[in-house]
Ligand binder design. Structure first.
Ligand SMILES: *Cc1c(COP(=O)(O)O)cnc(C)c1O
Length: 388
């Protein structure tokens, strides 16, 4: 038996990545230098979109996107509950009210019909609809565009799981009004901490850039009052320091060169799992899509054996995780917005049996076989205990 720990996700760092960071450390600009724009340009070109704006992390990117979209106190923002809390937290940062809609079991993403129903019964203006391309499965963007347009809302796609995912020939990141990405080490590419927002609107991009840097402008054209001279600056909006450093951006540039290889390897691991797990009784595999970029590979077991299976896999040094505890059931959300068990049945049912298996570019064939072999032993054993 192997004693090596196999995490559920892990960064892949090359000598070239290390050199790129070292070069920055030997140079003049650690932050606010030329690497920031270089990374933004390269990322925008990769996605096929006009503008890309870096943020200090994916959560700050979501906050910036909500603010740029005009989310104000009391507005409604529709999001899935099957996500990391950051998606709806970003709406709460703007003092908006998070209105969850249930997910579609076919995609594990927000259901457009449920979203339409939530908008219809909402007692407040809906400013943003924020679907998450869960695990890397691209959400049905056309359906969401329609719901957003019908409600006068903007569409923010949380694509933290979906860098490199595609709808036909289009990369995720082109089609929503604003799309956010995360560069946390478990995501497709990493900058340590980091995030990005893509948009085809120069106006939204401008708002994002002002918000990211204290709400302060320095260029004469950006002033709303008379410009006094080269020393002048004016805070025109309440912003934050959400900048990403040149150190991080250089790492991001270097990582971006390998993004296609990373995505291809994730897809290959997913097909191998599909093939090798298909005959294990009591194991349900995730929905597939030709453009899926597989940040996660989830399986579902009978909810009553999930804990048993999870603990046995951890004991075998397999770093499985659960994605997610539904956001509406977190204590803060229950206490602040009165959400409760039973509010989103599909989300709660699918959260209850989920286990995320290891998937990352440097995972070896042996690692995959070890995970498969352990599941082949553990799941039937747990089912037998349940049926006793
Ligand atoms: C990773 C992630 C984020 C943002 O995470 P950061 O750690 O702030 O970069 C947001 N939403 C989802 C769904 C995520 O998985």
């Amino acid at each position: 038996m192997s004693n090596k720990f196999i995490p559920y996700g892990h960064q892949s760092i090359s000598e070239e990545d290390i050199q790129a960071v070292v070069d920055i450390l030997r140079g003049d600009w650690l932050t606010m230098g030329p690497s920031v724009e270089e990374f933004e340009r390269a990322f925008a070109d990769y996605i096929g979109v006009r503008e890309a704006v870096t943020f200090s992390n994916g959560t700050a990117a979501l906050h910036g996107a909500m603010h740029a979209a005009g989310v104000r106190p009391g507005d409604g923002v529709v999001a899935p509950s099957m996500t990391f809390a950051a998606t709806s937290n970003a709406a709460v940062y703007c003092s908006a009210v998070p209105l969850f809609a249930d997910l579609s079991p076919q995609t594990l993403c927000l259901d457009p019909e449920q979203t339409r129903a939530v908008c219809k019964s909402a007692k407040r203006p809906i400013k943003v609809i924020a679907p998450v391309s869960f695990a890397g499965y691209p959400v049905d963007i056309a359906a969401f565009r329609e719901v957003a347009a019908a409600n006068g809302a903007l569409l923010i796609e949380d694509a933290s799981h979906a860098l490199g995912a595609e709808r036909g020939a289009r990369k995720v990141g082109q089609e929503a009004d604003l799309t956010t990405f995360s560069f946390h080490p478990v995501k497709h590419i990493t900058t340590g901490e980091g995030g990005m927002v893509t948009t085809n609107s120069p106006e939204l991009a401008h708002r994002l850039r002002v918000f990211r840097s204290h709400g302060i402008v320095k260029q004469p054209d950006d002033f709303v009052r008379p410009y006094a001279g080269p020393w002048d600056n004016d805070m025109i909006d309440l912003g934050y320091n959400y900048r990403l450093s040149d150190i991080s951006c250089a790492l991001g540039m270097s990582q971006l060169k390998r993004v296609d290889a990373f995505v291809a390897r994730r897809k290959a691991i997913a097909s191998e799992y599909r093939e090798k797990l298909s005959d294990i009784p009591g194991t349900v595999l995730p929905p597939d899509h030709p453009g899926h970029s597989y940040h996660l590979f989830s399986i579902w077991v009978e909810p009553h054996i999930r804990k048993n299976v999870f603990m046995a896999l951890r004991k075998a040094q397999i770093g499985v995780q659960v994605h997610y505890v539904p956001v509406h059931l977190h204590t803060y959300y229950r206490n602040t917005f009165a959400y409760k068990e039973g509010d989103y049945p599909n989300t709660e049912r699918l959260s209850a049996g989920e286990i995320s298996l290891p998937i990352y570019p440097d995972m070896t064939g042996e690692d995959i076989d070890f995970v498969v072999d352990q599941l082949r032993q553990i799941v039937p054993r747990a089912m037998a205990v349940l049926n006793d």
